[in-house]
Every structure is written in structure tokens, then in C-alpha cells.
Design a binder for this molecule. Sequence first.
Ligand SMILES: Cc1cc2nc3c(=O)[nH]c(=O)nc-3n(C[C@H](O)[C@H](O)[C@H](O)COP(=O)(O)O)c2cc1C
Length: 166
Amino acid sequence: MDTYLAITSRREVRDYEDRPIPADVERRILEAGRLAGSAANKQPWRFVVVGDVSDLSEAVYVPENVLKAKLVVAIVVDWKGSAPFDAGRAAQNMMLAAWNEGVGSCPNGISDRERGAEILGLEEDESAVVLTFGYPARKRDPESRSAEEWIERANRKPFDEVVKPL
Ligand SMILES: Cc1cc2nc3c(=O)[nH]c(=O)nc-3n(C[C@H](O)[C@H](O)[C@H](O)COP(=O)(O)O)c2cc1C
């Protein structure tokens, strides 16, 4: 898929088909995260692939996202300095690589920090964002519209409100 079309057509997918993600696709998603750039190339993250998601589902804002997902990855970083920016880059790499494979995804915030930390084995200054992946329950076809049409339909602030000349 064209990169710009992938970026403009991608929306969060929270409802997943009951179909496993093949091992090679899962590997590509995780490699996309691992290959992300980071400040001074420190790669300040670890990616925790969560097998049994039942406990974790109780520590996030939307349990169903996690319970229905076919791949759940927690991106763990020290939540100070530039690491959160790096984590965002890794997350978006993974989600775009997934989209290129027809796999939908969504970031999930942890609502119960204490429980989340215990389940994911977080250190004191560490925090995590949980990414859920799966084939969309409702068919999505990025190629059905042009990038411009996807932009037109996006629920985003207007260009001139966000982009300012100095
Ligand atoms: C750090 C972060 C945490 C998020 N947490 C949740 C969440 O807990 N549950 C959820 O359903 N979506 C969550 N989202 C997804 C946002 O709601 C979504 O990115 C935004 O509404 C845009 O959605 P769209 O791309 O489909 O238009 C989160 C996004 C980010 C970046």
C-alpha cells in the first residue's frame, strides 16, 4: 500500500474478527516497532506481548478491546524525558505496518496503574500503552478511496488551526 494512503486511511479499529494473525504478520508488526528511531538511538522500550489477556483487560479503559484482540502488545518505557516520544514512534510504526497487512489496531490507556504495573512487571518510573491488533470485524478497504477523500472524512482539527507559519 502507498504510505500516504496508509497514513490517511488509517483509523482506530476496536472490533476484531475471530481470526488469528499469522506468525509472519505478527513478526512484521513487532519488527516495525523495533526498527523505529529514538533519541540518540537509545531504543528505550520493551514490547511485552501479552498472552493471557484476561487480567490486563481489567486494568484498561475498554476491556473489550483487549479481550477481542488477536495480538496485544504493551510498549513499556520510562515515562520521563524523550522516551514517551520514542514510544509513540514505535507504536505508530507497528500500527501502520499492521494496517498495510489489513490488520486493524488501537492504543489503549491503562486505567488502573497499580494493577497494570503488577501485570506487566513495570518498574516505578515506567509506564505503558497497550496496543490491540486484529482483523477488522467490519470490512475496511483503504484502496476504496483516494488519500484526499480519506482526509476529507477524517475527524480532525482544520489544517490552518494546527499548522501555523512563524
Ligand atoms: C495514548 C492513547 C491512549 C488511548 N487510549 C484509548 C483507550 O483507552 N481506549 C480506546 O478505545 N481508544 C484509545 N485511544 C484511541 C483514541 O481515542 C484515537 O486515537 C482517537 O480518537 C482518533 O481515532 P481515529 O483515528 O479512529 O479517528 C488512545 C489513543 C492514544 C494516543
